[in-house]
Design a protein around this ligand. Structure first.
Ligand SMILES: [Fe+2]
Length: 211
């Protein structure tokens, strides 16, 4: 796969932060580090590729403040730069289940773009890089790694759920999928993925008193 140099990707993130300052840049770096650490334990995955995919997954935010539109914006950004194959990660990272109705954010893109995303997902066969970035996105806050369940609740509570279509079963199915992906990688490496990442227990539960 044609991959941009890390230096170039970091420049895009720097420019992106200037245009749209927010926690997404730091979060992307955490996702990248986790992806590299987990990939390094799996022979079939390349740590450098996983790292770049983690850095780039939310690059659509370079286009400004957006909700689910950041997926298609990221895809178009990378395609325009000549990285069409890499661009898929900007869409797939948001869909452990291929169901646009499970997403909490508003679909603030055009009808045509939404149709494109649906068709893209239908035709896309997920590989372990897609699954790895879905997982790492879901354990990485902007400054730490946490238990998936904590991050899932955090995302829901961060959005103002008033006036949103009730999510119900599609959201629960999405959550279930995240947990399955976590077990998939834990089984593959022979230990919990949380063992590989720093301070997950403290970050999730706060300081625990020890005797
Ligand atoms: Fe993300």
């Amino acid at each position: 796969m044609n991959l941009p140099e890390i230096r170039l990707v970091k420049n895009w993130l720097k420019e992106g932060y200037q245009r749209n300052p927010g926690p997404w840049v730091k979060h992307s770096k955490y996702v990248a580090n986790a992806a590299k650490i987990i990939a390094s334990k799996i022979e079939s995955l390349d740590g450098n590729q996983a790292y770049i995919m983690g850095l780039i997954h939310d690059i659509g935010r370079v286009a400004g403040i957006a909700e689910e539109r950041h997926t298609i914006d990221g895809y178009n950004f990378l395609k325009k730069k000549g990285y069409e194959k890499l661009a898929r990660i900007c869409i797939t990272h948001c869909f452990p289940k291929k169901n646009i109705e499970a997403n909490i954010g508003i679909w603030d893109c055009s009808e045509n773009e939404l149709e494109f995303i649906e068709t893209f997902l239908e035709n896309c066969e997920y590989n372990d890089y897609d699954r790895l970035i879905q997982l790492c996105d879901c354990i990485s806050m902007e400054d730490k790694y946490v238990l998936i369940e904590k991050r899932l609740i955090d995302v829901v509570l961060r959005y103002n759920l008033k006036n949103r279509v009730p999510l119900g079963i599609p959201l629960l199915e999405k959550w279930q999928k995240y947990l399955e992906i976590k077990d998939y990688f834990s089984n593959m490496i022979g230990e919990s993925i949380y063992n590989l990442l720093p301070n997950v227990i403290e970050n999730t539960f706060g300081k625990i008193k020890s005797d």
